[in-house]
Design a protein around this ligand. Structure first.
Ligand code: NDP
Length: 328
């Protein structure tokens, strides 16, 4: 395993990490979640990601049970969770000081932890003043309930504002962003955030590196019954399923089939190629992968060995297939 500094901090996170969205607390049993987390840890993954909203809190509960069961040293783990959608009550969502403080306590209870290492604002909250948000995250950090705070899917403008407020008040600024980044979703990380990486040395822990599995090639000939896109009662998965059956979806599948040829040339799987492509970006601190089976993790960590094979020539061939490089 390779470990990278998380942005402008002294914290090291595994270059590949494991998240629980859709899968833990929902799609698979607690026993499978435990097997996946154990496989991940044994493969050198130290960073595990969840959120208060995942499976209505059950993801945090299942991941917390696994952490406790295996008795891992707390110092060997980097645990993150995210706040924004905590419940149906008026003050159980958003980034008010009240929800940040109460939401953090609820997350810690579900995770059975005294603190998380990383705490994210899961989305921007235009209805709460930035000063309130920055002060509330600082309060939680000062209480020892989180070590660092960050953002997820905030615009560069919003993150810059948070830095300006923190600078003016001499408070801790967000350290890392959690954006979507994969071969089909590039603009933010490769263009919009460039000033953040340069000016603040922000870290990036990126999500859906396989575009929910699409980039593994598993959807090339339809939707396998045991895949996440087959989940019937999940609105996001329904949207992704429907999106496959559009012109854009068909173009993506054609591209994935072409990527498979390059993967074969490199002696790896399409998943490994897609993950290695994310890992090659020096602004990426950690690639958060998801897994419904330990075997997927065993396959995915081998992507680290593929990164050196991504020569300029191979990258150029990939750009020809993807045809979506953001214009700078
Ligand atoms: P991926 O794009 O890597 O998708 C993961 C899914 O793809 C797995 O659950 C599995 O689904 C399938 N898969 C993984 N590896 C393989 C393989 N080798 N071969 C075939 N199929 C494979 O990541 P996620 O979308 O899960 O995102 C990762 C994490 O990022 C989340 O768990 C969460 O922690 C975080 N996240 C954050 C968001 C945010 O707003 N901040 C939003 C979304 C995610 P299956 O086997 O069921 O088909």
């Amino acid at each position: 395993m390779e470990y990278r500094y998380l942005g402008n901090s002294g914290l090291m996170v595994s270059a590949l990490s494991l998240g629980g969205w859709v899968t833990y607390g929902g799609q698979v049993s607690p026993e499978i979640a435990q097997k996946c987390m154990k496989a991940a840890f044994d493969l050198g993954i130290n960073f595990f990601d969840t959120a208060e909203v995942y499976a209505g809190g059950q993801c945090e509960i299942d991941m917390g049970v696994a952490i406790r069961k295996f008795g891992w040293a707390r110092s060997d783990l980097v645990i993150s969770t995210k706040l924004f959608w905590g419940g149906k009550g008026r003050n159980e969502r958003g980034l008010s000081r009240k929800h940040i403080i109460e939401g953090t306590d609820a997350c810690l209870k579900r995770l059975q932890l005294d603190y998380v290492d990383l705490l994210y604002a899961h989305r921007p909250d235009p209805d709460t003043p930035m000063e309130e948000i920055v002060r509330a995250f600082n309060h939680v950090i000062n209480q020892g309930k989180a070590f660092y705070w960050g953002t997820s899917e905030w615009s560069a403008q919003q993150i810059t504002e948070a830095h300006a407020v923190a600078g003016r008040l001499n408070l801790i600024a967000p350290l890392m962003e959690q954006p979507q980044y994969n071969m089909f979703h590039r603009d933010r990380v490769e263009k919009e955030y460039l000033p953040l990486f340069k000016n603040y040395k922000m870290g990036a822990t990126i999500w859906s590196p396989l575009a929910s599995g699409l980039l593994s090639g598993k959807y090339n000939e339809g939707i396998p019954g045991d895949s996440r896109l087959a989940l019937q009662d999940n609105a996001v998965m329904k949207r992704l399923r429907d999106a496959l059956d559009t012109d854009d979806g068909r173009v993506k599948i054609t591209k994935v089939k072409k990527l498979a040829n390059i993967a074969e040339q490199l002696g790896c799987t399409t998943s490994q190629l897609a993950l290695a492509w994310c890992l090659k970006n020096p602004n990426v601190s950690s690639v958060i992968t998801g897994a419904s089976k330990p075997s997927q993790l065993e396959e995915n960590v081998k992507a680290l060995g593929i990164v050196p094979l991504l020569t300029e020539e191979i990258m150029a061939s990939l750009e020809d297939i993807l045809a979506n490089k953001p214009a700078l």
